[in-house]
Design a protein around this ligand. Structure first.
Ligand code: NAD
Length: 256
């Protein structure tokens, strides 16, 4: 049902962004993949996605830590019916030790990038007469954990931006919502496992069960396919009146 629509997914050469790109393509949307790299593999990934789903897929390099690059991504895409603000990074440290440059990078990539892409995309959506903005927040957009100050601040911030975007488009056929994933086993999470094994003197399996999934009552990771399916739902007619809200896909984390 999304054929004829184009989705721009930021930070989509791995993990949740790529999973969302797959599910939107499966539903018929043309796709713009993005990351800050410009490697042969990035373009090959676009070709394989196109071949798998029979849709048009382009890879456009743009660094989401830079406002001008964020806006240029949307301008180069030219069309943007569905905008998925997904690019994100993590850094874990107590506030007094938290490197200021990491704080700045996390706020820029996880929060400010969505402001810039949304600013560039809304006029295009208005001209097309339809639009969906989907922000990938986190359970950490609704709750906190120690040592993740920048990430939790950025994710709470993107939930706020989601509400404002929804209000400014409320009278139009445009919606804006945030998906709040719990733990999903992607590279961003995989990278935290060795540190957690050292910090807690635990095996990989213990870290997964006792540290990561301890907050997730289901005891299971959520999957990138589930994030993609939720994004497809937000683009469906059933979701036309859903705007300015969050959808948790977190195995019960935020019910605790
Ligand atoms: P990931 O590391 O696999 O993906 C992050 C993506 O962002 C990659 O494609 C990377 O290339 C891209 N990226 C990083 N810096 C960029 C930059 N400067 N410019 C452009 N692209 C950049 O991680 P993921 O788990 O797939 O995370 C995707 C989103 O989901 C993030 O916003 C993350 O905060 C959020 N999230 C993840 C989880 C989880 O458990 N994995 C939970 C909640 C929220």
């Amino acid at each position: 049902f999304l054929s004829g629509k184009t989705a721009v997914v930021t930070g989509s050469n791995s993990g949740i962004g790529l999973g969302i790109a797959h599910e939107l393509a499966r539903a018929g949307a043309d796709i713009v993949l993005n990351s800050f790299t410009d490697a042969a593999e990035d373009h090959a990934l676009a070709d394989s996605l196109a071949a798998a789903h029979g849709v048009a897929v382009r890879y456009i390099q743009a660094d989401m830590s830079k406002g001008a690059d964020c806006r240029a991504l949307i301008e180069k895409a030219g069309v943007c019916d569905i905008l998925v603000n997904n690019a994100g990074i993590q850094h874990v440290a107590p506030i007094p030790d938290f490197p200021a440059e990491k704080w700045d990078a996390i706020i820029a990539i996880n929060l400010s990038s969505a402001f810039h892409t949304t600013a560039a995309a809304l006029p295009i959506m208005r001209q097309a007469g339809w639009g969906r903005v989907i922000n990938i927040a986190s359970a950490h957009g609704l709750t906190a954990s120690e040592y993740k100050s920048a990430y939790v601040a950025a994710k709470h911030g993107i939930v706020g931006l989601t509400k404002v975007t929804a209000l400014e488009t409320a009278k139009e056929p445009i919606t804006c919502n945030a998906i709040c994933p719990g733990y999903v086993l992607t590279p961003i999470v995989e990278k935290q496992i060795p540190d957690q094994m050292k910090t807690h003197n635990m095996s990989r399996d213990e870290v997964i069960a006792k540290v990561m999934l301890q907050r997730q009552p289901s005891g299971q990771f959520a999957t990138v396919e589930q994030m993609g399916g939720t994004a497809v739902f937000l683009c469906s007619p059933a979701a036309e009146q859903i705007t300015g809200t969050t959808i948790s896909v977190d195995g019960g984390w935020t019910a605790l």
